[in-house]
Design a protein around this ligand. Sequence first.
Ligand code: IPD
Ligand code: CA
Ligand code: CA
Length: 264
Amino acid sequence: MDKLEKVAREAALRAGELQKSRLGKIKSLDYKSAFNIVTDVDKASEALIIETLTQEFPDACFLAEESGESGSKSGRRWIIDPLDGTTNFAHSYPFFCVSIACEEDGQVVLGVVYNAVASEMFVAAKGQGATLNGEKINVSMRTSLETSLLATGFPPDTLKSVHHNMDSFRAITNMCHGVRRDGSAALDLCFVASGRLDGFWERKLSAWDVAAGALIVEEAGGKVSNLEDGPLDMMSGHILATNGKIHAEVVKALAASRTETVAS
Ligand code: IPD
Ligand code: CA
Ligand code: CA
């Protein structure tokens, strides 16, 4: 294991343990917008992660959800969601994680996602496969949407958006075994990587939601794209991740459901 991975794992572990110890014990809760919340634990987790990474990499540069861009402009950038699944966390619903990605010259080379409640650490390094608690993971073998289990998510301003995703949620629910909405995009991506889900899509995510998880899916043998099967643009935040085998079918289903929205 190289130093980059070792330090990222350590940062995720520290923040994850903090989250586990503070579950049900939030000290403050603020609103970024009507339904978009942030707690003192989001902020403390982010500070802990940045401190841990900076200790070992003093010239580090960051893009982190709560503090934005910071650090020196170097060729390496850490993309951090200190607590993905804040709404779950705030309600003591135990499905949330820490997500840390490392980007070098514009390419994500390392992804670490840690679910402290389940003691599950997902890791992928570019070109080296993906692991869960050190064991290699692979995407599922399912070849049809009809027999698949998927997940999706909704932004906090769901119904204000033209493309609010309810149309796709409804349509695809009727085409497969089910569509889960579990409230942590990074964990949803890791569940695709480990074959627990066959696919995941969401609109309007942020780079920190997907940077680590997208690499973990790819390194587990899956496919990641935008919703039209083009290259993923982390800044646009529209993502489809599948086991690869059902990708084309989901792209088609998403396109059909969006046409329904525009027509109605
Ligand atoms: C949220 C989660 C959720 C997704 C939202 C995100 P946060 O991130 O990933 O699953 O549906 O769009 O904003 O705010 O808990 O870090
Ligand atoms: Ca997030
Ligand atoms: Ca977050």
